[in-house]
Every structure is written in structure tokens, then in C-alpha cells.
Ligand binder design. Structure first.
Ligand code: IMP
Ligand code: MG
Length: 174
């Protein structure tokens, strides 16, 4: 399979630098807790965090959404919860991509009841034209067409996460 480059490594880095700057300004002096959603977000989080120039702690959650291979069902199971108590903390969830938004809608609800001082969302990619529950994405990178993408943390059946760019493949080739 031969993925086509949709967003290059350079374009990703420039966008993360912009997002990092906005996040730095927002969270200066607030002891930010970044929460990455495994596995997809680990690469975004690693690179984004290095563009944030204020104090930051890391935590991770792992969730699985039951469903088909390239679609989400909306039923979410927490495989790994936070290590940290978030009551009174400024929490920023980091996601690779928002498609149906169902995973995040569920997660935001789950985390909100733990009473963080603030709870916001950063996502590198947002698929446009997708109907989804209301989600306020405070820091977003690129809007892309609703096609299946791989690379830069995103997988197809656990492969291709290591591509340094965001690529598209013909669904017929998957
Ligand atoms: P959502 O709940 O539909 O917004 O999607 C949640 C998760 O599905 C994302 O965090 C990704 O792990 C995965 N996902 C959604 N779209 C894609 C894609 O185009 N490529 C690879 N994974 C995707
Ligand atoms: Mg995935």
C-alpha cells in the first residue's frame, strides 16, 4: 500500500508550534495537566508538548470504542484511567483526530464530574462535515475531509502509526 501525503511533517510541526504558543499563553502559571488519549495521540502529545513553554505534567488514558474497523460505535470502555486526581487541575485533553466525536463526548462527560478547574480539548485533526455531539475544540490543527487517514500516530489495524506525515489511502486498498 502506498499512502499519499495529505499533510507533511513540516506542516504538522508548524501547526503544532502555533498550537503550542496558544496553549502556553492560555496556561501560563496554571500547572497544566496534558491528558493524551492512547494510543493515537502519543506522537501528537510528544511533539506538541515540546512547543509548550510553561510547566506541564503528563497523564494518559486508553479507551476502546467498540465498532467496525474504520468507524466508531460510540460505546466507550476505559482500558486505562488517569493516574492523577484532576480535581482543581487545569486539564487539556490531547487527541489525534476527531471524527464522530463520540469518544471525546463520552470522555469529557466522564472527566467533568471529577471537578477539574478547567477541561479543554486540543486535536490535531478534525474531520469536516461530520455530524457530531456538541464539542468545544479549543485548540485545533487542521480540518480535513472525512476520509480515512493514517500516520503520525494514526493506525489502520495498528500499522502505519510511525509514518512521519498524515497520509491517505484508497479505502479499496485497505
Ligand atoms: P471518533 O470517536 O469517531 O471521533 O474517533 C475516535 C478515534 O477513532 C480517534 O481517536 C482515532 O483513534 C480513530 N479514528 C477516527 N478517524 C480515524 C482515521 O481517519 N484514521 C485512523 N483512526 C481514526
Ligand atoms: Mg485508532
Amino acid at each position: 500500500m502506498n499512502p499519499k501525503v495529505l499533510i507533511s511533517a513540516e506542516e504538522i510541526d508548524a501547526k503544532l508550534a502555533e498550537m503550542g504558543k496558544a496553549i502556553t499563553e492560555e496556561y501560563e502559571g496554571k500547572n497544566l495537566l496534558l491528558v493524551g488519549i492512547l494510543k493515537g495521540a502519543f506522537i501528537v502529545m510528544a511533539d506538541l508538548a515540546r512547543h509548550i513553554h510553561t510547566s506541564v505534567e503528563f497523564d494518559f488514558m486508553a479507551v476502546s470504542s467498540y465498532g467496525g474497523q474504520t468507524k466508531t460505535s460510540g460505546v466507550v470502555r476505559i482500558l486505562k484511567d488517569l493516574d492523577t486526581q484532576i480535581e482543581g487541575r487545569h486539564v487539556l485533553i490531547v487527541e489525534d483526530i476527531i471524527d464522530s466525536g463520540l469518544t471525546l463526548h463520552y470522555l469529557m462527560k466522564n472527566l467533568r464530574v471529577r471537578n477539574p478547574a478547567s477541561l479543554e480539548l486540543a486535536a490535531l485533526l478534525v474531520k469536516e462535515g461530520v455530524e457530531r455531539p456538541p464539542l468545544d475544540i479549543k485548540f485545533s490543527g487542521f480540518e480535513i475531509k472525512p476520509e480515512f487517514v493514517i500516520g503520525y500516530g494514526l493506525d489502520y489495524e495498528e500499522l502505519y502509526r510511525n509514518l512521519p506525515f498524515i497520509g491517505v489511502v484508497d479505502e479499496s486498498e485497505l
